[in-house]
Ligand binder design. Structure first.
Ligand code: ZN
Length: 478
């Protein structure tokens, strides 16, 4: 294989280093090895590959071994700076700028090169940080979701790892305590510290050198959020994560640390035993699973997507939908028709108005689960939905299964049954003619700007606003 220009450049720097330290001029050393000084200059500048006989001559004249000349290490600090600059200036991120590269001369000070290198390092850092356009992010997200679907959202290695770490920490059963999580951290050589001044963009920061994991103070004492964050920080270490190479890698790491935390909070063996008993009793319910392990409804619902198909042979769907009807989190392997954009992306899409995931927001009693059968073009599904509120607004958590599997769940006896023909426009997206004509030309709402990356603007009469909702609001208040 011919050497790359960078290898030739390093070789050239090493030859120059040994020539200069022996006090030879280009012509003097050239004469000793039988080539012109100008030829030697080209070699030193990495522009020409020396013949082996020339290399041997240079080695003999400067009193070193040929292997010493061929080492890939820069021979001194100046050469290291020059080589790094050459590398930076030949990178695609720099070349895309269309800026002329700096030509290094003998008279140029080290500080000048250092300063230019500082700019290059920052340019590269920023390039790495801007890891994805929204489009790339959507694509990577969709790919990962489809990949997880093929394995029924189940990752056996992480399940085993979590069970092993729990056992080491002496955890037997029931909810995982803060105390146990601290012990798990200690066994990895880390202390958990709760601080008020974490960077806004970080959920936790791990100080690898000093063995510390910094977490925010508990906002809700006893909530499982903190335990989960601590477990996620540990998971990065346990799973040997390196700096993500691209957005897909970043998403996969996120998925893995979430998965690990879920496995610790709801360990496989205990969870499967609990769920199997509930199935036997025909009394499966997200709320019971949630309460048995002291986690949120969302965490319990998501955990069911890991275990129900693999262990209980029940395909299912999970939806987290916000108050506007947009999907923020989704998993399905039961063929529930979920709305998607042309790229196959689901996050940010608006679900059918008739899905319980949306209509549950209108229920008056929202302290418990609601149940519903929904007829869709892909068959009939049963689901259970629980609503909640955060500072960011309302949300609903839905876990559902195909009709035939409803028999294992509490709430199967519900009489509520609706029909959804989405994505057919006439299902729930088109404004009824009488309502539209009643308000046409007599209303002007102002759009709330969606900051959510995945969220597309709803189509309709007003930019960025769902006209159906505007009309319904006006009707309510008329
Ligand atoms: Zn619909």
């Amino acid at each position: 294989m011919p050497p790359t220009s960078l290898e030739l450049s390093t070789l050239g720097h090493r030859i120059r280093h040994h020539r200069v330290s022996n006090g030879f001029t280009l012509d003097e050393l050239g004469e000793r090895v039988g080539i012109a000084g100008s030829q030697l200059s080209l070699i030193e500048n990495g522009k020409r590959e020396p013949k082996l006989s020339v290399l041997q001559g240079i080695a003999a004249a400067t009193g070193v071994e040929v292997t010493e000349l061929l080492s890939t290490e820069p021979p001194n600090r100046r050469a290291a700076l020059e080589i790094e600059l050459e590398r930076a200036q030949s990178s695609s991120v720099f070349r895309q700028l269309g800026v002329a590269p700096v030509k290094v001369t003998k008279g140029m000070g080290d500080e000048t090169i250092e300063s230019i290198l500082g700019l290059h390092r920052e340019l590269q850092r920023r390039e790495r940080e801007a890891i994805a356009t929204p489009e790339e992010a959507r694509r990577a997200n969709t790919e990962l979701r489809l990949e997880m679907r093929t394995v029924d959202n189940y990752l056996p290695e992480i399940e085993k790892l979590a069970e092993r770490q729990l056992k080491l920490a002496g955890h037997v059963s029931g909810a995982l305590t803060h105390r146990s999580v601290s012990i798990m951290a200690q066994q990895l050589g880390f202390e958990l510290l709760y601080v008020n001044d974490l960077p806004h963009s970080a959920r936790s920061v791990t100080d690898i050198e000093n063995g510390r994991i910094y977490l925010p103070p508990a906002s809700i004492p006893g909530g499982h959020g903190l335990r989960s964050m601590a477990l996620q920080a540990m998971a990065h270490r346990l799973l040997g994560h390196q700096r993500p190479t691209d957005y897909a890698d970043f998403l996969r790491q996120r998925l893995e640390i979430n998965y690990y935390a879920a496995c610790c909070l709801m360990p496989e063996t205990a969870s499967v035993a609990f769920l199997q008993q509930a199935k036997k009793d025909r009394n499966l319910a997200v709320e019971d699973f949630r309460d048995a392990f002291g986690v949120t409804h969302e965490a319990a619902g998501m955990r069911m997507t890991n275990l129900l198909t693999h262990h209980l042979e029940i395909p299912l769907h999970f939806l987290r939908v916000d108050g506007s009807g947009a999907i923020s989190r989704v998993y399905e392997n039961d063929d529930l028709p979920v709305p998607m954009d042309v790229t196959g992306s689901v996050e940010g899409q608006i679900v059918c108005r008739k899905f319980l995931a949306r209509s549950a927001f209108e229920e008056t009693n929202r302290t418990t689960e609601h149940y519903q059968y929904t007829d869709t073009p892909a068959g009939t599904f049963w689901c259970s939905t629980q609503t909640g509120t955060t500072s960011a607004g309302e949300f609903s958590i839905t876990v559902g299964v195909p009709f035939d599997d409803a028999k294992w769940f509490r709430g199967r006896e519900t009489q509520k049954r609706v029909s959804s023909t989405c994505p057919d426009e006439s299902c729930c997206r088109r404004t009824p003619v009488d309502v539209a004509s009643r308000w046409a030309g007599k209303a002007w709402p102002s759009a709330r700007v969606h900051m959510q990356m995945f969220s597309p603007l709803p189509r309709g009469a007003f930019p960025g606003v769902d006209d159906n909702e505007v009309y319904a609001f006006l009707d309510r208040h008329a």
